[in-house]
Design a protein around this ligand. Structure first.
Ligand code: ADP
Length: 452
Protein backbone atom coordinates (compact mmCIF):
# COMPACT_ATOMS: atom_id res chain seq x y z
CA UNK A 1 0.00 0.00 0.00
CA UNK A 2 3.12 2.22 0.35
CA UNK A 3 3.08 2.83 -3.42
CA UNK A 4 -0.52 4.19 -3.41
CA UNK A 5 0.24 6.42 -0.47
CA UNK A 6 3.21 7.95 -2.29
CA UNK A 7 1.12 8.35 -5.43
CA UNK A 8 -1.60 10.28 -3.55
CA UNK A 9 1.02 12.54 -1.96
CA UNK A 10 2.82 13.18 -5.27
CA UNK A 11 -0.49 13.98 -7.00
CA UNK A 12 -1.48 16.39 -4.21
CA UNK A 13 1.91 18.14 -4.35
CA UNK A 14 1.80 18.41 -8.15
CA UNK A 15 -1.75 19.92 -7.99
CA UNK A 16 -0.67 22.38 -5.31
CA UNK A 17 2.38 23.45 -7.33
CA UNK A 18 0.29 23.79 -10.49
CA UNK A 19 -2.37 25.79 -8.64
CA UNK A 20 0.28 28.09 -7.15
CA UNK A 21 1.88 28.73 -10.55
CA UNK A 22 -1.53 29.44 -12.17
CA UNK A 23 -2.42 31.79 -9.32
CA UNK A 24 0.85 33.73 -9.57
CA UNK A 25 0.63 34.02 -13.37
CA UNK A 26 -3.05 35.11 -13.31
CA UNK A 27 -2.30 37.74 -10.59
CA UNK A 28 0.23 39.31 -12.97
CA UNK A 29 -2.18 38.99 -15.92
CA UNK A 30 0.30 36.91 -17.87
CA UNK A 31 -1.75 33.73 -18.07
CA UNK A 32 -3.01 33.37 -21.61
CA UNK A 33 -5.43 30.45 -22.42
CA UNK A 34 -2.66 28.77 -24.53
CA UNK A 35 -0.21 29.04 -21.69
CA UNK A 36 -2.78 27.51 -19.32
CA UNK A 37 -3.16 24.56 -21.70
CA UNK A 38 0.61 24.06 -21.91
CA UNK A 39 0.96 24.20 -18.11
CA UNK A 40 -1.95 21.76 -17.73
CA UNK A 41 -0.28 19.40 -20.22
CA UNK A 42 3.05 19.55 -18.37
CA UNK A 43 1.41 18.81 -15.05
CA UNK A 44 -0.68 16.05 -16.57
CA UNK A 45 2.52 14.35 -17.72
CA UNK A 46 4.05 14.91 -14.28
CA UNK A 47 1.03 13.35 -12.56
CA UNK A 48 0.73 10.46 -14.97
CA UNK A 49 4.43 9.44 -14.73
CA UNK A 50 4.21 8.08 -11.16
CA UNK A 51 0.93 6.35 -12.14
CA UNK A 52 2.62 4.73 -15.14
CA UNK A 53 5.57 3.86 -12.91
CA UNK A 54 3.44 2.36 -10.10
CA UNK A 55 0.92 0.42 -12.18
CA UNK A 56 2.91 -0.50 -15.28
CA UNK A 57 6.69 -0.36 -14.81
CA UNK A 58 6.99 -1.34 -11.14
CA UNK A 59 5.01 -4.63 -11.36
CA UNK A 60 7.06 -5.54 -14.42
CA UNK A 61 10.37 -4.74 -12.66
CA UNK A 62 9.19 -6.62 -9.53
CA UNK A 63 8.36 -9.69 -11.59
CA UNK A 64 11.75 -9.54 -13.30
CA UNK A 65 13.54 -9.11 -9.95
CA UNK A 66 11.71 -12.13 -8.58
CA UNK A 67 12.70 -14.19 -11.62
CA UNK A 68 16.31 -13.09 -11.23
CA UNK A 69 16.29 -13.92 -7.52
CA UNK A 70 14.88 -17.37 -8.27
CA UNK A 71 17.48 -17.92 -11.00
CA UNK A 72 20.25 -16.78 -8.64
CA UNK A 73 19.02 -19.17 -5.91
CA UNK A 74 18.92 -22.02 -8.41
CA UNK A 75 22.43 -21.19 -9.65
CA UNK A 76 23.75 -21.01 -6.08
CA UNK A 77 22.12 -24.36 -5.24
CA UNK A 78 23.63 -25.88 -8.39
CA UNK A 79 27.05 -24.43 -7.56
CA UNK A 80 26.87 -25.83 -4.00
CA UNK A 81 25.81 -29.21 -5.40
CA UNK A 82 28.72 -29.07 -7.87
CA UNK A 83 31.18 -28.27 -5.05
CA UNK A 84 29.84 -31.09 -2.92
CA UNK A 85 29.96 -33.44 -5.88
CA UNK A 86 33.55 -32.49 -6.66
CA UNK A 87 34.72 -32.76 -3.10
CA UNK A 88 33.23 -36.29 -2.88
CA UNK A 89 34.67 -37.13 -6.26
CA UNK A 90 38.08 -36.11 -4.99
CA UNK A 91 38.33 -39.39 -3.14
CA UNK A 92 36.02 -41.49 -5.31
CA UNK A 93 37.86 -40.72 -8.55
CA UNK A 94 41.43 -40.53 -7.44
CA UNK A 95 41.52 -43.75 -5.41
CA UNK A 96 40.44 -46.20 -8.17
CA UNK A 97 42.43 -44.30 -10.77
CA UNK A 98 45.61 -44.52 -8.70
CA UNK A 99 44.91 -48.23 -8.31
CA UNK A 100 44.56 -48.63 -12.10
CA UNK A 101 47.86 -46.84 -12.70
CA UNK A 102 49.62 -48.57 -9.79
CA UNK A 103 48.59 -52.11 -10.82
CA UNK A 104 49.48 -51.46 -14.46
CA UNK A 105 52.94 -50.36 -13.26
CA UNK A 106 53.22 -53.50 -11.13
CA UNK A 107 52.44 -55.63 -14.19
CA UNK A 108 55.31 -53.96 -16.03
CA UNK A 109 57.86 -54.42 -13.30
CA UNK A 110 57.14 -58.00 -12.31
CA UNK A 111 60.35 -59.98 -13.08
CA UNK A 112 58.64 -63.37 -12.47
CA UNK A 113 55.96 -62.78 -15.06
CA UNK A 114 57.48 -60.64 -17.81
CA UNK A 115 55.05 -59.10 -20.29
CA UNK A 116 55.08 -59.70 -24.02
CA UNK A 117 55.82 -56.66 -26.21
CA UNK A 118 52.14 -56.26 -27.05
CA UNK A 119 51.14 -56.50 -23.39
CA UNK A 120 53.81 -53.91 -22.52
CA UNK A 121 52.31 -51.57 -25.14
CA UNK A 122 48.82 -52.07 -23.66
CA UNK A 123 50.00 -51.35 -20.12
CA UNK A 124 51.91 -48.28 -21.37
CA UNK A 125 48.63 -47.12 -22.82
CA UNK A 126 46.73 -47.79 -19.57
CA UNK A 127 49.35 -45.88 -17.55
CA UNK A 128 49.52 -42.98 -20.04
CA UNK A 129 45.75 -42.58 -20.24
CA UNK A 130 45.37 -43.01 -16.49
CA UNK A 131 47.93 -40.30 -15.78
CA UNK A 132 46.28 -37.99 -18.30
CA UNK A 133 42.89 -38.54 -16.66
CA UNK A 134 44.42 -37.96 -13.24
CA UNK A 135 45.88 -34.69 -14.50
CA UNK A 136 42.44 -33.57 -15.70
CA UNK A 137 40.81 -34.57 -12.42
CA UNK A 138 43.47 -32.82 -10.35
CA UNK A 139 43.13 -29.65 -12.41
CA UNK A 140 39.33 -29.67 -12.18
CA UNK A 141 39.40 -30.29 -8.45
CA UNK A 142 41.89 -27.48 -7.93
CA UNK A 143 39.75 -25.13 -10.00
CA UNK A 144 36.59 -26.09 -8.10
CA UNK A 145 38.35 -25.74 -4.76
CA UNK A 146 39.67 -22.27 -5.65
CA UNK A 147 36.26 -21.13 -6.89
CA UNK A 148 34.56 -22.41 -3.74
CA UNK A 149 37.18 -20.73 -1.52
CA UNK A 150 38.17 -24.14 -0.25
CA UNK A 151 41.80 -24.01 -1.32
CA UNK A 152 43.66 -22.56 1.60
CA UNK A 153 47.12 -21.18 1.32
CA UNK A 154 49.61 -20.80 4.13
CA UNK A 155 51.66 -17.70 3.53
CA UNK A 156 55.12 -17.66 5.05
CA UNK A 157 58.49 -16.08 4.36
CA UNK A 158 60.13 -18.37 1.86
CA UNK A 159 63.63 -18.40 0.41
CA UNK A 160 62.68 -18.93 -3.22
CA UNK A 161 66.02 -20.34 -4.33
CA UNK A 162 65.03 -23.73 -2.90
CA UNK A 163 61.75 -23.64 -4.87
CA UNK A 164 63.63 -22.83 -8.10
CA UNK A 165 66.20 -25.56 -7.59
CA UNK A 166 63.58 -28.19 -6.73
CA UNK A 167 61.28 -27.25 -9.64
CA UNK A 168 64.13 -27.36 -12.17
CA UNK A 169 65.33 -30.71 -10.86
CA UNK A 170 61.82 -32.10 -11.23
CA UNK A 171 61.50 -30.84 -14.80
CA UNK A 172 64.95 -31.95 -16.00
CA UNK A 173 63.84 -35.43 -17.21
CA UNK A 174 60.95 -33.93 -19.23
CA UNK A 175 63.31 -31.35 -20.74
CA UNK A 176 65.94 -33.87 -21.77
CA UNK A 177 63.26 -36.21 -23.15
CA UNK A 178 62.36 -33.39 -25.57
CA UNK A 179 65.97 -32.28 -26.14
CA UNK A 180 65.29 -28.93 -24.52
CA UNK A 181 67.94 -27.19 -22.40
CA UNK A 182 66.62 -25.97 -19.09
CA UNK A 183 68.61 -23.03 -17.69
CA UNK A 184 68.06 -21.84 -14.15
CA UNK A 185 69.21 -18.22 -13.78
CA UNK A 186 66.61 -17.56 -11.12
CA UNK A 187 68.55 -19.24 -8.35
CA UNK A 188 71.43 -16.83 -9.00
CA UNK A 189 69.33 -13.72 -9.23
CA UNK A 190 66.83 -14.26 -6.48
CA UNK A 191 68.40 -13.76 -3.12
CA UNK A 192 65.19 -12.42 -1.75
CA UNK A 193 62.57 -13.94 0.48
CA UNK A 194 58.98 -13.90 -0.68
CA UNK A 195 55.75 -14.20 1.23
CA UNK A 196 54.04 -17.19 -0.28
CA UNK A 197 52.77 -20.75 -0.02
CA UNK A 198 55.64 -23.00 -1.13
CA UNK A 199 53.48 -25.86 -2.39
CA UNK A 200 51.21 -23.65 -4.48
CA UNK A 201 54.07 -21.53 -5.84
CA UNK A 202 55.84 -24.70 -6.91
CA UNK A 203 52.64 -25.96 -8.55
CA UNK A 204 52.29 -22.73 -10.54
CA UNK A 205 55.95 -22.76 -11.55
CA UNK A 206 55.86 -26.41 -12.62
CA UNK A 207 52.85 -25.65 -14.84
CA UNK A 208 54.74 -22.84 -16.58
CA UNK A 209 57.94 -24.86 -16.92
CA UNK A 210 56.03 -27.87 -18.20
CA UNK A 211 54.33 -25.79 -20.91
CA UNK A 212 57.60 -24.11 -21.88
CA UNK A 213 59.14 -27.56 -22.41
CA UNK A 214 56.07 -29.16 -24.02
CA UNK A 215 55.49 -26.40 -26.56
CA UNK A 216 59.18 -25.97 -27.38
CA UNK A 217 61.13 -27.20 -30.37
CA UNK A 218 63.81 -29.91 -30.22
CA UNK A 219 67.12 -28.25 -29.43
CA UNK A 220 65.30 -25.25 -27.91
CA UNK A 221 65.80 -23.78 -24.48
CA UNK A 222 63.86 -22.69 -21.43
CA UNK A 223 65.23 -20.00 -19.12
CA UNK A 224 63.93 -19.59 -15.61
CA UNK A 225 64.74 -16.14 -14.27
CA UNK A 226 63.72 -13.89 -11.39
CA UNK A 227 64.01 -10.22 -10.61
CA UNK A 228 62.69 -7.76 -8.09
CA UNK A 229 60.20 -5.24 -9.47
CA UNK A 230 60.00 -1.64 -8.33
CA UNK A 231 56.63 -2.29 -6.67
CA UNK A 232 57.85 -4.88 -4.18
CA UNK A 233 57.23 -8.09 -6.09
CA UNK A 234 59.46 -10.86 -7.33
CA UNK A 235 58.87 -11.50 -11.02
CA UNK A 236 59.62 -15.11 -11.88
CA UNK A 237 59.77 -15.60 -15.62
CA UNK A 238 59.84 -18.69 -17.79
CA UNK A 239 61.10 -17.94 -21.26
CA UNK A 240 60.96 -20.48 -24.07
CA UNK A 241 62.09 -20.70 -27.66
CA UNK A 242 58.93 -22.51 -28.74
CA UNK A 243 56.36 -21.93 -31.46
CA UNK A 244 54.85 -18.89 -29.73
CA UNK A 245 51.17 -18.00 -29.46
CA UNK A 246 49.38 -16.03 -32.20
CA UNK A 247 47.89 -12.68 -31.14
CA UNK A 248 44.35 -13.85 -31.98
CA UNK A 249 44.60 -16.46 -29.20
CA UNK A 250 45.92 -14.15 -26.47
CA UNK A 251 42.54 -13.40 -24.88
CA UNK A 252 41.62 -17.11 -24.79
CA UNK A 253 44.74 -18.37 -23.12
CA UNK A 254 43.41 -18.46 -19.54
CA UNK A 255 40.01 -19.91 -20.48
CA UNK A 256 39.47 -23.42 -19.11
CA UNK A 257 39.70 -26.37 -21.52
CA UNK A 258 40.75 -24.09 -24.39
CA UNK A 259 43.85 -25.52 -26.05
CA UNK A 260 43.89 -22.83 -28.73
CA UNK A 261 43.38 -25.35 -31.51
CA UNK A 262 46.65 -27.11 -30.75
CA UNK A 263 44.86 -30.41 -30.17
CA UNK A 264 44.12 -30.70 -33.89
CA UNK A 265 47.60 -29.83 -35.12
CA UNK A 266 50.06 -31.28 -32.60
CA UNK A 267 49.94 -34.48 -30.59
CA UNK A 268 51.01 -32.83 -27.37
CA UNK A 269 49.14 -34.03 -24.33
CA UNK A 270 47.31 -31.46 -22.33
CA UNK A 271 44.04 -30.57 -20.69
CA UNK A 272 43.72 -26.85 -21.32
CA UNK A 273 43.30 -26.08 -17.63
CA UNK A 274 46.92 -25.69 -16.49
CA UNK A 275 47.04 -21.96 -17.14
CA UNK A 276 43.53 -21.39 -15.74
CA UNK A 277 44.60 -22.98 -12.47
CA UNK A 278 47.97 -21.17 -12.52
CA UNK A 279 46.24 -17.81 -12.92
CA UNK A 280 43.91 -18.56 -10.03
CA UNK A 281 46.85 -19.71 -7.91
CA UNK A 282 48.73 -16.49 -8.67
CA UNK A 283 45.74 -14.48 -7.43
CA UNK A 284 45.49 -16.63 -4.32
CA UNK A 285 49.13 -15.89 -3.59
CA UNK A 286 48.38 -12.15 -3.88
CA UNK A 287 50.27 -12.10 -7.12
CA UNK A 288 49.63 -11.90 -10.83
CA UNK A 289 50.33 -13.88 -13.97
CA UNK A 290 51.08 -12.56 -17.44
CA UNK A 291 52.84 -13.37 -20.67
CA UNK A 292 54.30 -12.04 -23.89
CA UNK A 293 54.58 -14.20 -26.97
CA UNK A 294 55.54 -13.98 -30.57
CA UNK A 295 54.89 -16.62 -33.19
CA UNK A 296 58.08 -18.35 -34.25
CA UNK A 297 60.16 -16.74 -31.49
CA UNK A 298 58.68 -18.13 -28.31
CA UNK A 299 56.88 -17.01 -25.18
CA UNK A 300 57.69 -15.68 -21.74
CA UNK A 301 55.20 -16.41 -19.00
CA UNK A 302 55.74 -14.67 -15.69
CA UNK A 303 54.30 -14.81 -12.24
CA UNK A 304 54.80 -12.03 -9.71
CA UNK A 305 54.56 -12.66 -5.98
CA UNK A 306 55.03 -10.23 -3.09
CA UNK A 307 58.38 -9.96 -1.40
CA UNK A 308 58.61 -10.69 2.29
CA UNK A 309 58.79 -7.54 4.37
CA UNK A 310 61.85 -6.68 6.36
CA UNK A 311 65.38 -8.04 5.84
CA UNK A 312 64.34 -9.59 2.58
CA UNK A 313 67.79 -9.89 1.07
CA UNK A 314 69.47 -13.18 1.88
CA UNK A 315 73.25 -13.53 1.90
CA UNK A 316 74.52 -16.91 0.80
CA UNK A 317 78.02 -18.06 0.01
CA UNK A 318 77.54 -18.24 -3.72
CA UNK A 319 77.55 -14.45 -3.68
CA UNK A 320 81.23 -14.63 -2.75
CA UNK A 321 83.62 -13.48 -5.46
CA UNK A 322 86.82 -14.64 -3.79
CA UNK A 323 88.26 -11.11 -3.59
CA UNK A 324 88.24 -10.49 0.13
CA UNK A 325 87.70 -6.76 0.22
CA UNK A 326 84.89 -6.85 -2.36
CA UNK A 327 83.14 -9.72 -0.60
CA UNK A 328 83.35 -7.79 2.66
CA UNK A 329 81.90 -4.72 0.92
CA UNK A 330 79.02 -6.65 -0.64
CA UNK A 331 78.13 -8.28 2.65
CA UNK A 332 78.12 -4.90 4.36
CA UNK A 333 75.88 -3.41 1.63
CA UNK A 334 73.42 -6.31 1.97
CA UNK A 335 73.25 -5.80 5.72
CA UNK A 336 72.72 -2.04 5.30
CA UNK A 337 69.83 -2.62 2.86
CA UNK A 338 68.31 -5.13 5.26
CA UNK A 339 68.74 -2.77 8.19
CA UNK A 340 66.98 -0.01 6.27
CA UNK A 341 64.05 -2.35 5.52
CA UNK A 342 63.13 -2.54 9.20
CA UNK A 343 59.67 -0.95 9.51
CA UNK A 344 60.12 -0.15 13.18
CA UNK A 345 62.86 2.42 12.51
CA UNK A 346 62.28 6.12 13.03
CA UNK A 347 62.74 8.48 10.07
CA UNK A 348 65.92 9.75 11.71
CA UNK A 349 67.36 6.20 11.92
CA UNK A 350 66.38 5.47 8.30
CA UNK A 351 68.11 8.67 7.19
CA UNK A 352 71.34 7.87 8.95
CA UNK A 353 71.44 4.32 7.48
CA UNK A 354 70.69 5.78 4.05
CA UNK A 355 73.53 8.26 4.41
CA UNK A 356 75.93 5.48 5.48
CA UNK A 357 74.74 3.34 2.57
CA UNK A 358 75.36 6.07 0.00
CA UNK A 359 78.85 6.85 1.34
CA UNK A 360 79.69 3.17 1.62
CA UNK A 361 78.49 2.50 -1.94
CA UNK A 362 80.72 5.29 -3.28
CA UNK A 363 83.73 3.93 -1.37
CA UNK A 364 82.92 0.42 -2.54
CA UNK A 365 82.72 1.48 -6.17
CA UNK A 366 86.11 3.22 -5.81
CA UNK A 367 87.60 0.03 -4.32
CA UNK A 368 86.08 -2.15 -7.01
CA UNK A 369 87.37 0.12 -9.77
CA UNK A 370 90.84 0.10 -8.16
CA UNK A 371 90.77 -3.73 -8.17
CA UNK A 372 89.73 -3.76 -11.82
CA UNK A 373 92.47 -1.29 -12.78
CA UNK A 374 95.08 -3.32 -10.85
CA UNK A 375 94.28 -6.46 -12.80
CA UNK A 376 93.90 -4.66 -16.15
CA UNK A 377 90.24 -5.62 -16.48
CA UNK A 378 89.39 -4.79 -20.12
CA UNK A 379 85.82 -3.53 -19.54
CA UNK A 380 86.75 -1.12 -16.75
CA UNK A 381 85.20 1.91 -18.45
CA UNK A 382 81.88 0.09 -19.08
CA UNK A 383 81.80 -1.09 -15.48
CA UNK A 384 82.59 2.43 -14.28
CA UNK A 385 79.66 3.73 -16.33
CA UNK A 386 77.35 1.13 -14.73
CA UNK A 387 78.55 2.30 -11.30
CA UNK A 388 77.91 5.91 -12.26
CA UNK A 389 74.35 5.14 -13.35
CA UNK A 390 73.58 3.07 -10.25
CA UNK A 391 74.93 5.77 -7.95
CA UNK A 392 72.91 8.44 -9.80
CA UNK A 393 69.69 6.42 -9.45
CA UNK A 394 70.25 5.84 -5.74
CA UNK A 395 71.05 9.53 -5.20
CA UNK A 396 67.88 10.58 -7.09
CA UNK A 397 65.68 8.24 -5.07
CA UNK A 398 67.33 9.34 -1.83
CA UNK A 399 66.65 12.99 -2.77
CA UNK A 400 63.02 12.18 -3.53
CA UNK A 401 62.76 10.45 -0.15
CA UNK A 402 64.25 13.43 1.71
CA UNK A 403 61.84 15.80 -0.06
CA UNK A 404 58.53 14.14 0.76
CA UNK A 405 59.35 11.30 3.22
CA UNK A 406 56.91 9.30 1.13
CA UNK A 407 56.96 5.60 2.21
CA UNK A 408 56.29 4.59 -1.43
CA UNK A 409 59.59 6.22 -2.45
CA UNK A 410 61.41 4.34 0.31
CA UNK A 411 59.86 1.07 -0.91
CA UNK A 412 60.99 1.86 -4.45
CA UNK A 413 64.49 2.68 -3.21
CA UNK A 414 64.72 -0.54 -1.18
CA UNK A 415 63.44 -2.67 -4.04
CA UNK A 416 65.86 -1.04 -6.41
CA UNK A 417 68.76 -1.66 -4.01
CA UNK A 418 67.74 -5.29 -3.47
CA UNK A 419 67.40 -5.84 -7.20
CA UNK A 420 70.65 -4.29 -8.36
CA UNK A 421 72.86 -5.50 -5.54
CA UNK A 422 72.40 -9.18 -6.23
CA UNK A 423 72.15 -8.83 -9.99
CA UNK A 424 75.21 -6.61 -10.08
CA UNK A 425 77.28 -8.98 -7.97
CA UNK A 426 76.18 -12.12 -9.81
CA UNK A 427 76.23 -10.80 -13.34
CA UNK A 428 78.65 -7.90 -13.56
CA UNK A 429 81.11 -8.27 -10.70
CA UNK A 430 81.61 -12.00 -11.32
CA UNK A 431 83.02 -11.18 -14.76
CA UNK A 432 85.96 -9.44 -13.07
CA UNK A 433 86.98 -12.47 -11.00
CA UNK A 434 88.96 -14.41 -13.67
CA UNK A 435 91.14 -11.32 -14.26
CA UNK A 436 92.07 -11.03 -10.57
CA UNK A 437 93.87 -14.38 -10.51
CA UNK A 438 97.64 -13.95 -10.26
CA UNK A 439 97.29 -10.23 -9.49
CA UNK A 440 96.74 -10.51 -5.76
CA UNK A 441 99.78 -8.38 -4.85
CA UNK A 442 98.82 -5.55 -7.23
CA UNK A 443 95.25 -5.60 -5.91
CA UNK A 444 96.43 -5.40 -2.29
CA UNK A 445 98.71 -2.48 -3.15
CA UNK A 446 95.92 -0.65 -5.02
CA UNK A 447 93.49 -1.09 -2.12
CA UNK A 448 96.10 0.02 0.44
CA UNK A 449 96.63 3.18 -1.56
CA UNK A 450 92.95 4.01 -1.22
CA UNK A 451 92.89 3.65 2.56
CA UNK A 452 92.80 7.04 4.29
P1 ADP B 1 47.52 -27.55 -21.69
O1 ADP B 1 48.99 -27.31 -21.82
O2 ADP B 1 47.21 -28.66 -20.77
O3 ADP B 1 46.83 -27.64 -23.00
P2 ADP B 1 47.32 -24.90 -20.50
O4 ADP B 1 46.16 -24.25 -19.82
O5 ADP B 1 48.57 -25.03 -19.70
O6 ADP B 1 46.81 -26.30 -20.99
O7 ADP B 1 47.63 -24.07 -21.80
C1 ADP B 1 46.56 -23.70 -22.66
C2 ADP B 1 47.06 -23.62 -24.09
O8 ADP B 1 47.95 -22.51 -24.21
C3 ADP B 1 47.88 -24.81 -24.55
O9 ADP B 1 47.05 -25.85 -25.01
C4 ADP B 1 48.73 -24.21 -25.64
O10 ADP B 1 48.02 -24.15 -26.86
C5 ADP B 1 48.96 -22.79 -25.15
N1 ADP B 1 50.27 -22.63 -24.45
C6 ADP B 1 50.48 -22.63 -23.13
N2 ADP B 1 51.77 -22.40 -22.84
C7 ADP B 1 52.40 -22.25 -24.02
C8 ADP B 1 53.76 -21.98 -24.40
N3 ADP B 1 54.74 -21.81 -23.51
N4 ADP B 1 54.04 -21.89 -25.73
C9 ADP B 1 53.07 -22.03 -26.66
N5 ADP B 1 51.77 -22.29 -26.37
C10 ADP B 1 51.44 -22.40 -25.06
Amino acid sequence: MGGLNILVRITAIVFMVEGAIMLVLSRFDTLSPQMAIVIDAIFLVLISSPIVFLWVIKPYVDAQTLDLRRAKDTAERASRAKDEFLSHMNHELRTPLNAVIGFAQLLQYSPEEPLSDAQKDYTDCIIGSGEHLLEIINGMLDMAAIEADRLHVTLENVHVKAVFDASCNLMKPAASARSVTLINNASNNARVAVRTDVVRLKQALLNLLSNAIKYNVPGGSVILDAEVTTDGMLRISVQDTGRGIAQKYHDRIFKPFDRLGIETTLSIEGTGIGLTVTQKLAKLLNGRLGFVSEVGLGSTFWIEIPLAGASALLWTDDLLLGVEQLDQDHRKLVSLVNAMSDHSLSTHQVNSILEELITYTQDHFAREEAVMAACSYPSLSDHREIHRRLAAKVTDLAKAWHTGKDPAVMTELLNFLRGWLVKHIMETDKQVVPYTQGHEAEIRAALNKLKP
